[in-house]
Design a protein around this ligand. Structure first.
Ligand SMILES: Nc1ncnc2c1ncn2[C@@H]1O[C@H](COP(=O)(O)OP(=O)(O)O)[C@@H](O)[C@H]1O
Ligand SMILES: [Mg+2]
Length: 298
């Protein structure tokens, strides 16, 4: 295969990259998904959203999950969060089966999920308070709000914040429960391009400085290649593991790497897995000519 469309070939070429992934897989497994199935009953018959899904996420790994719309990404993350039951198979967190929601998993969704009637600080304190942390909850919350750079806004209400700021509070709120893993379902999907790219760099900084493992769902190729150690590419109908790509782009990541051969190879590979036929489909669309002779542009 052409080296440009196969990021694995970069790994073969570079002992550094090979060593990086070998070291990653020697770390303890935080999340283990084993032969997971999910079937929904629908009026038209059962729909299999996830089929025989197995993978592991290692301690402090940043794993992205990518796949076409409707391939079961949100279903997967809801099962990992304990919000939905699997039809078969199991999920282990630190070796223990997951059987419902718990503070060991922090969630951040695309839609803004802050409590609108609570201030930033009260939102962040909510989890620790529910967990029985009394007076300690407030200084603790301040620490997380500091970490996401919103100290000046601790008494603001969600409606007074921009989209990017709301998602920073959502991250602080998830981290305040001291989870083992952050589960993020397209968290920057509703943000404008510039804010989104700031949030990506920002999340990498948080990840680098905390003992946290991240499973991040996206349908954006650039986002996956920029953030991930490994990218789990799902097939659609039913959602199955297509391939797990070990991203050869070195860390620390910077936007300048968007034009590096490793980055472009990673994107090509994802695109090839998700849309193997796309290029040919476009070729076969019959375009009627609606211009007059002599005004050709190419
Ligand atoms: N509660 C449900 N009842 C029936 N079908 C569902 C339900 N939730 C999801 N599905 C179906 O499962 C598939 C995967 O959905 P989802 O996990 O939301 O995909 P994604 O997040 O990748 O876009 C889709 O075909 C969807 O219609
Ligand atoms: Mg989804």
């Amino acid at each position: 295969m052409n080296a440009l469309v196969d990021p694995l070939s970069y790994r073969e070429q570079s002992p550094d990259v090979r060593a990086r992934f070998q070291a990653l897989k020697e770390r303890p497994v935080v999340l283990s998904v084993e032969n997971l199935y999910k079937t929904f009953p629908t009026p038209g018959g059962p729909v299999t959203a996830l089929k025989d899904l197995s993978f592991q996420v290692f301690r402090r790994e940043f794993m992205c999950v990518i796949g076409p719309s409707g391939c079961g990404k949100s279903t997967l993350i809801r099962i990992l969060a304990g919000l939905e039951d699997a039809s078969d198979g199991q999920v282990l967190l630190d070796g223990k089966p997951v059987s419902g929601p718990g503070p060991d998993r922090g969630m951040v969704f695309q839609s803004y999920t802050l409590f609108p009637w609570l201030t930033v600080k009260q939102n962040v304190m909510f989890g620790p308070r529910m967990a029985g942390q009394g007076a300690a909850a407030e200084p603790e919350a301040r620490q997380w709000i500091d970490l996401v750079g919103l100290s000046r806004f601790e008494n603001s209400y969600p409606h007074q914040l921009s989209g990017g700021m709301k998602q920073r509070v959502a991250i602080a709120r998830a981290l305040a429960n001291r989870p083992r893993i952050l589960l993020m379902d397209e968290p920057f999907g509703a943000l404008d391009a510039q804010t989104r790219s700031q949030m990506q760099s920002y999340l990498l900084q948080i990840w680098k400085n905390l003992d946290i493992t991240i499973l991040f769902i996206t349908h954006d190729l650039d986002e996956a290649a920029f953030l991930a150690d490994r990218i789990l590419v799902l097939k659609a109908n039913p959602g199955e593991v297509n391939e797990i790509i070990e991203v050869p782009v070195p860390r620390p990541r910077t936007p300048a790497q968007f034009v590096s051969p490793e980055f472009i190879a990673t994107k090509y590979r994802i695109d090839h897995l998700i849309h193997p036929e796309a290029a040919h489909e476009m070729d076969s669309i019959p375009f009627p000519r609606m211009t007059v002779a002599g005004d050709d542009v190419e």
